[in-house]
Design a protein around this ligand. Structure first.
Ligand code: HEC
Length: 199
């Protein structure tokens, strides 16, 4: 039998020891990783669920006429009022009919003026791509753009959504950051044409 040089034997032993020590550590890390992935996968699924049942697509996804009537065009999911869709002035309110919705259900005229739904996709310039979780949570909690800008206009259901828990808002925002980015610059709202007469 050939003698194994001493240095190689030491190397082999130390590699073996390193491997023996490293293996459980690696196993632990990957268990932690998969736990984390599982948790974030669950969180994303919950975010998707909340966005779906809270009806964000009703207003933030433009509607088109489908075979069974108007439906949100999911190829433009949550991209807000289409910038290409320039609307004529809204009809004047009549009697109790004080609000008008455009065919896309992304533009609304009412006593507050005209509001256009925001682009909620992660597009950097025209969507929420540069927003942080904090920007999002504070917007929903305070009803102000990024928590400190102008007031968010109707019919965005801030009075209801401000009751979402922090965990819900994290799940929603986390999910919104994973949907396809759509470049679409939503117009600024228009002020009310004339003050609503006090009765
Ligand atoms: C009934 C219609 C409606 C529904 C439902 C709705 N939104 Fe909105 N949302 C709007 C309108 C209109 C605006 C723009 C208001 C404005 O310009 O002040 C808006 C604005 C926003 C903004 C503010 C963006 C900014 O730049 O400040 C965020 C964030 C938002 N919506 C998220 C959501 C999420 C998330 C959901 C679902 C959980 C949702 N919206 C559901 C109508 C709606």
């Amino acid at each position: 039998m050939k003698r194994i040089p001493f240095e190689y034997a030491v190397l082999a032993i130390s590699v073996g020891v390193t491997f023996a020590v490293a293996t459980p550590a690696r196993a632990q890390t990957s268990a932690a990783d998969s736990k984390r992935n599982e948790t974030s996968a669950e969180k994303l699924a919950r975010g998707k669920y909340l966005v779906t049942v809270a009806g964000c697509n009703d207003c933030h996804t433009p509607w088109v006429m489908g075979p069974k009537g108007p439906e949100p065009d999911m190829s433009r999911m949550l991209s807000g009022h289409p910038e290409s869709d320039k609307l004529p002035p809204a009809p004047a309110p009549q009697g109790p009919w004080i609000m008008t919705a455009a065919a896309t259900n992304t533009a609304f005229s009412g006593p507050w003026g005209v509001s256009y739904t925001a682009n909620l996709t992660p597009e950097a310039e025209t969507g929420l791509g540069k927003w942080t979780q904090r920007n999002f949570t504070e917007t929903i909690r305070t009803g102000r753009h990024m928590g400190r800008g102008r007031q968010i206009l109707p019919p965005m259901p801030i009075p209801m959504y401000k009751h979402f828990t922090d965990a819900d808002l994290e799940a929603i925002f986390g999910y919104l950051q994973t949907i396809p980015a759509v470049k679409n610059r939503v117009p600024e709202p228009l002020p009310a044409a004339q003050p609503v007469a006090a009765k």
